[in-house]
Design a protein around this ligand. Structure first.
Ligand SMILES: Nc1ncnc2c1ncn2[C@@H]1O[C@H](COP(=O)(O)OP(=O)(O)OP(=O)(O)O)[C@@H](O)[C@H]1O
Ligand SMILES: [Mg+2]
Length: 258
Protein backbone atom coordinates (compact mmCIF):
# COMPACT_ATOMS: atom_id res chain seq x y z
CA UNK A 1 0.00 0.00 0.00
CA UNK A 2 1.24 3.46 -0.86
CA UNK A 3 2.67 5.53 1.99
CA UNK A 4 2.06 9.21 2.39
CA UNK A 5 4.85 11.48 3.46
CA UNK A 6 3.10 13.71 5.97
CA UNK A 7 3.20 17.21 4.55
CA UNK A 8 0.66 19.96 4.97
CA UNK A 9 -2.64 18.73 6.44
CA UNK A 10 -4.53 20.28 3.54
CA UNK A 11 -2.39 18.52 0.95
CA UNK A 12 -4.24 15.42 -0.17
CA UNK A 13 -3.14 15.49 -3.79
CA UNK A 14 -1.31 12.18 -3.32
CA UNK A 15 -4.43 10.12 -2.68
CA UNK A 16 -7.13 12.42 -4.04
CA UNK A 17 -7.33 10.26 -7.16
CA UNK A 18 -8.33 7.15 -5.20
CA UNK A 19 -11.93 6.99 -4.14
CA UNK A 20 -12.75 4.56 -1.36
CA UNK A 21 -14.97 1.96 -3.03
CA UNK A 22 -16.91 -1.06 -1.88
CA UNK A 23 -18.35 -3.42 -4.47
CA UNK A 24 -20.53 -6.49 -4.10
CA UNK A 25 -19.84 -6.71 -0.37
CA UNK A 26 -21.65 -9.49 1.48
CA UNK A 27 -21.12 -10.64 5.05
CA UNK A 28 -22.91 -13.48 6.80
CA UNK A 29 -22.83 -14.82 10.33
CA UNK A 30 -23.64 -18.30 11.58
CA UNK A 31 -23.41 -21.77 10.11
CA UNK A 32 -25.11 -23.09 6.98
CA UNK A 33 -28.26 -24.04 8.89
CA UNK A 34 -28.59 -20.65 10.58
CA UNK A 35 -26.83 -18.36 8.12
CA UNK A 36 -27.79 -14.70 8.49
CA UNK A 37 -26.78 -12.09 5.91
CA UNK A 38 -25.82 -8.91 7.75
CA UNK A 39 -24.72 -7.28 4.45
CA UNK A 40 -26.12 -8.39 1.09
CA UNK A 41 -24.27 -7.24 -2.04
CA UNK A 42 -23.48 -3.67 -0.95
CA UNK A 43 -21.84 -1.08 -3.24
CA UNK A 44 -20.50 2.27 -2.02
CA UNK A 45 -18.22 4.95 -3.39
CA UNK A 46 -16.83 7.61 -1.06
CA UNK A 47 -15.37 10.41 -3.16
CA UNK A 48 -12.65 12.74 -1.86
CA UNK A 49 -13.92 15.75 0.15
CA UNK A 50 -17.26 14.15 0.98
CA UNK A 51 -19.06 13.60 4.23
CA UNK A 52 -21.37 10.58 4.12
CA UNK A 53 -23.73 9.52 6.90
CA UNK A 54 -25.18 6.02 7.16
CA UNK A 55 -28.45 5.52 9.00
CA UNK A 56 -30.69 2.53 9.55
CA UNK A 57 -32.59 0.59 12.19
CA UNK A 58 -30.74 -1.38 14.85
CA UNK A 59 -29.33 -4.55 13.30
CA UNK A 60 -29.38 -3.17 9.74
CA UNK A 61 -25.63 -3.81 9.30
CA UNK A 62 -24.03 -0.39 9.93
CA UNK A 63 -21.34 -1.52 12.36
CA UNK A 64 -20.69 -4.65 10.28
CA UNK A 65 -20.02 -2.39 7.29
CA UNK A 66 -17.53 -0.28 9.27
CA UNK A 67 -15.89 -3.42 10.68
CA UNK A 68 -15.39 -4.74 7.13
CA UNK A 69 -13.87 -1.38 6.12
CA UNK A 70 -11.47 -1.59 9.06
CA UNK A 71 -10.58 -5.20 8.25
CA UNK A 72 -12.02 -6.34 11.61
CA UNK A 73 -14.70 -8.48 9.92
CA UNK A 74 -13.86 -10.67 6.93
CA UNK A 75 -16.47 -10.32 4.16
CA UNK A 76 -17.87 -13.43 2.41
CA UNK A 77 -17.67 -11.77 -1.01
CA UNK A 78 -16.82 -8.40 -2.52
CA UNK A 79 -13.98 -5.92 -2.76
CA UNK A 80 -13.05 -2.95 -0.56
CA UNK A 81 -10.57 -0.59 -2.15
CA UNK A 82 -8.76 1.89 0.08
CA UNK A 83 -5.81 3.85 -1.30
CA UNK A 84 -5.76 1.72 -4.46
CA UNK A 85 -5.54 -1.59 -2.55
CA UNK A 86 -8.24 -4.26 -2.16
CA UNK A 87 -8.03 -4.76 1.59
CA UNK A 88 -10.01 -8.03 1.46
CA UNK A 89 -6.87 -9.57 -0.07
CA UNK A 90 -4.56 -8.44 2.79
CA UNK A 91 -3.19 -10.74 5.48
CA UNK A 92 -3.25 -9.78 9.18
CA UNK A 93 0.00 -7.79 8.95
CA UNK A 94 -1.29 -5.89 5.91
CA UNK A 95 -4.59 -5.18 7.67
CA UNK A 96 -2.78 -3.92 10.77
CA UNK A 97 -0.73 -1.56 8.60
CA UNK A 98 -3.89 -0.41 6.82
CA UNK A 99 -5.60 0.36 10.15
CA UNK A 100 -2.51 2.18 11.47
CA UNK A 101 -1.84 4.35 8.43
CA UNK A 102 -4.78 4.52 6.03
CA UNK A 103 -7.98 4.77 8.08
CA UNK A 104 -8.61 7.08 11.02
CA UNK A 105 -11.20 6.04 13.60
CA UNK A 106 -13.12 8.31 15.93
CA UNK A 107 -14.59 6.45 18.89
CA UNK A 108 -17.09 7.55 21.49
CA UNK A 109 -14.34 7.29 24.10
CA UNK A 110 -11.09 9.08 23.40
CA UNK A 111 -8.59 6.36 24.39
CA UNK A 112 -5.76 8.83 24.97
CA UNK A 113 -2.66 7.59 26.79
CA UNK A 114 -2.55 9.32 30.20
CA UNK A 115 1.23 9.26 30.61
CA UNK A 116 1.92 10.93 27.24
CA UNK A 117 1.71 14.64 26.45
CA UNK A 118 -0.90 15.89 24.01
CA UNK A 119 1.79 16.24 21.32
CA UNK A 120 2.95 12.64 21.89
CA UNK A 121 -0.63 11.33 21.86
CA UNK A 122 -1.25 13.03 18.51
CA UNK A 123 1.95 11.69 16.96
CA UNK A 124 1.57 8.17 18.40
CA UNK A 125 0.16 6.59 15.18
CA UNK A 126 3.24 7.83 13.29
CA UNK A 127 5.55 6.35 15.93
CA UNK A 128 3.68 3.01 15.83
CA UNK A 129 3.95 2.98 12.03
CA UNK A 130 7.68 3.76 12.22
CA UNK A 131 7.18 6.97 10.29
CA UNK A 132 9.10 10.21 10.89
CA UNK A 133 7.41 12.69 13.23
CA UNK A 134 6.99 16.15 11.76
CA UNK A 135 6.34 18.38 14.79
CA UNK A 136 5.25 21.26 12.57
CA UNK A 137 2.46 19.09 11.21
CA UNK A 138 1.47 17.95 14.72
CA UNK A 139 1.26 21.62 15.78
CA UNK A 140 -0.75 22.54 12.67
CA UNK A 141 -3.24 19.75 13.29
CA UNK A 142 -3.55 20.66 16.96
CA UNK A 143 -4.23 24.27 15.92
CA UNK A 144 -6.80 23.15 13.35
CA UNK A 145 -8.84 21.24 15.93
CA UNK A 146 -8.36 23.92 18.60
CA UNK A 147 -5.89 22.41 21.07
CA UNK A 148 -2.73 24.14 19.85
CA UNK A 149 -2.11 25.71 23.28
CA UNK A 150 -2.19 22.38 25.16
CA UNK A 151 0.58 20.39 23.43
CA UNK A 152 2.74 20.01 26.57
CA UNK A 153 -0.10 18.98 28.90
CA UNK A 154 -1.25 15.49 29.89
CA UNK A 155 -4.79 14.38 28.92
CA UNK A 156 -5.95 14.62 32.57
CA UNK A 157 -5.22 18.36 32.42
CA UNK A 158 -7.73 18.84 29.58
CA UNK A 159 -11.52 19.08 29.51
CA UNK A 160 -13.51 16.25 27.92
CA UNK A 161 -14.12 18.33 24.81
CA UNK A 162 -10.40 19.14 24.50
CA UNK A 163 -9.52 15.45 24.87
CA UNK A 164 -11.90 14.66 22.07
CA UNK A 165 -10.19 17.25 19.86
CA UNK A 166 -6.84 15.60 20.58
CA UNK A 167 -8.35 12.25 19.52
CA UNK A 168 -9.43 13.85 16.25
CA UNK A 169 -5.94 15.22 15.62
CA UNK A 170 -4.53 11.74 16.35
CA UNK A 171 -6.97 10.18 13.83
CA UNK A 172 -5.79 12.69 11.20
CA UNK A 173 -2.03 12.64 11.75
CA UNK A 174 -1.27 9.84 9.27
CA UNK A 175 -3.26 11.71 6.58
CA UNK A 176 -5.57 8.69 6.15
CA UNK A 177 -7.72 7.96 3.09
CA UNK A 178 -10.84 7.74 5.25
CA UNK A 179 -12.12 8.72 8.66
CA UNK A 180 -14.82 6.47 10.10
CA UNK A 181 -16.97 7.33 13.10
CA UNK A 182 -19.55 4.98 14.68
CA UNK A 183 -22.03 6.99 16.78
CA UNK A 184 -19.40 9.51 17.95
CA UNK A 185 -22.13 11.74 19.42
CA UNK A 186 -24.16 8.87 20.92
CA UNK A 187 -23.31 9.62 24.54
CA UNK A 188 -22.92 13.41 24.31
CA UNK A 189 -25.08 16.38 25.25
CA UNK A 190 -26.14 18.83 22.53
CA UNK A 191 -23.24 21.25 23.02
CA UNK A 192 -20.58 18.51 22.93
CA UNK A 193 -22.28 16.88 19.93
CA UNK A 194 -22.10 20.18 18.10
CA UNK A 195 -18.35 20.33 18.70
CA UNK A 196 -17.85 16.82 17.30
CA UNK A 197 -20.08 17.46 14.30
CA UNK A 198 -18.32 20.77 13.62
CA UNK A 199 -14.97 18.98 13.72
CA UNK A 200 -16.15 16.24 11.33
CA UNK A 201 -17.50 18.91 8.98
CA UNK A 202 -14.25 20.89 9.03
CA UNK A 203 -12.16 17.74 8.49
CA UNK A 204 -13.99 17.41 5.18
CA UNK A 205 -14.41 21.04 4.18
CA UNK A 206 -11.05 22.43 5.41
CA UNK A 207 -8.70 19.41 5.32
CA UNK A 208 -10.22 17.69 2.27
CA UNK A 209 -10.79 14.40 4.13
CA UNK A 210 -13.51 11.81 3.54
CA UNK A 211 -15.75 11.00 6.48
CA UNK A 212 -18.09 8.06 6.92
CA UNK A 213 -20.38 8.59 9.91
CA UNK A 214 -22.77 6.02 11.36
CA UNK A 215 -25.47 7.63 13.43
CA UNK A 216 -29.03 7.25 14.73
CA UNK A 217 -29.33 11.02 15.12
CA UNK A 218 -30.96 12.95 12.23
CA UNK A 219 -29.38 16.13 13.64
CA UNK A 220 -25.92 14.60 13.16
CA UNK A 221 -26.75 13.18 9.73
CA UNK A 222 -27.92 16.63 8.57
CA UNK A 223 -24.31 17.85 8.83
CA UNK A 224 -23.26 15.33 6.14
CA UNK A 225 -23.36 15.93 2.38
CA UNK A 226 -25.46 12.84 1.84
CA UNK A 227 -27.29 10.30 3.97
CA UNK A 228 -27.52 6.64 2.93
CA UNK A 229 -30.20 4.42 4.44
CA UNK A 230 -29.48 0.80 5.23
CA UNK A 231 -32.02 -1.87 6.16
CA UNK A 232 -31.56 -5.64 6.39
CA UNK A 233 -28.07 -5.29 4.90
CA UNK A 234 -29.22 -3.45 1.75
CA UNK A 235 -29.39 0.19 0.71
CA UNK A 236 -32.84 1.78 0.81
CA UNK A 237 -32.33 5.19 -0.79
CA UNK A 238 -30.31 8.31 -0.07
CA UNK A 239 -30.79 12.01 0.59
CA UNK A 240 -28.43 14.84 -0.37
CA UNK A 241 -28.25 18.14 1.49
CA UNK A 242 -31.41 17.31 3.42
CA UNK A 243 -32.42 19.06 6.65
CA UNK A 244 -32.94 17.24 9.95
CA UNK A 245 -36.73 16.99 9.62
CA UNK A 246 -36.61 15.35 6.23
CA UNK A 247 -33.97 12.86 7.39
CA UNK A 248 -36.03 12.00 10.49
CA UNK A 249 -39.10 11.40 8.31
CA UNK A 250 -37.17 9.16 5.90
CA UNK A 251 -35.77 7.16 8.84
CA UNK A 252 -39.22 6.72 10.37
CA UNK A 253 -40.53 5.60 6.97
CA UNK A 254 -37.70 3.07 6.68
CA UNK A 255 -38.63 1.60 10.07
CA UNK A 256 -42.31 1.28 9.05
CA UNK A 257 -41.73 -0.51 5.73
CA UNK A 258 -41.31 -4.26 5.94
N1 LIG B 1 -20.41 -11.48 15.46
C1 LIG B 1 -21.68 -11.66 15.09
N2 LIG B 1 -22.25 -12.88 15.13
C2 LIG B 1 -23.52 -13.06 14.73
N3 LIG B 1 -24.33 -12.08 14.31
C3 LIG B 1 -23.83 -10.84 14.28
C4 LIG B 1 -22.48 -10.55 14.67
N4 LIG B 1 -22.27 -9.22 14.52
C5 LIG B 1 -23.43 -8.71 14.08
N5 LIG B 1 -24.35 -9.67 13.92
C6 LIG B 1 -25.74 -9.48 13.43
O1 LIG B 1 -25.67 -8.78 12.20
C7 LIG B 1 -26.71 -7.81 12.14
C8 LIG B 1 -26.12 -6.44 11.90
O2 LIG B 1 -25.44 -6.03 13.08
P1 LIG B 1 -24.75 -4.60 13.19
O3 LIG B 1 -24.02 -4.57 14.48
O4 LIG B 1 -23.99 -4.34 11.96
O5 LIG B 1 -26.04 -3.65 13.24
P2 LIG B 1 -26.10 -2.06 13.42
O6 LIG B 1 -26.81 -1.54 12.22
O7 LIG B 1 -24.77 -1.51 13.73
O8 LIG B 1 -27.07 -1.94 14.68
P3 LIG B 1 -27.05 -0.86 15.89
O9 LIG B 1 -27.75 0.34 15.34
O10 LIG B 1 -27.88 -1.54 16.94
O11 LIG B 1 -25.65 -0.59 16.31
C9 LIG B 1 -27.50 -7.94 13.45
O12 LIG B 1 -28.64 -8.75 13.20
C10 LIG B 1 -26.54 -8.63 14.37
O13 LIG B 1 -27.23 -9.40 15.32
MG1 LIG C 1 -23.91 -0.55 15.39
Amino acid sequence: MKKHKGGHPGNHAEHAEHAVTISGLSKSFGTDATRFWALANIDLTVAPRTFTAIMGPSGSGKTTLLNCLLGLDKPDTGAIRIGGTDITALDEAGLAEMRRSHVGVVFQSYNLIPSLSVADNISLPLRLAGRPIDMRRVRELADTVGVGATLDRRPAQLSGGQQQRVAFARALVTDPELIVADEPTGALDTASSDVVLGLLRSIVSDLGQRVLLVTHDPRAAAVADRVLFLRDGRWHGELRGAAEGRIAAALADLGRRS
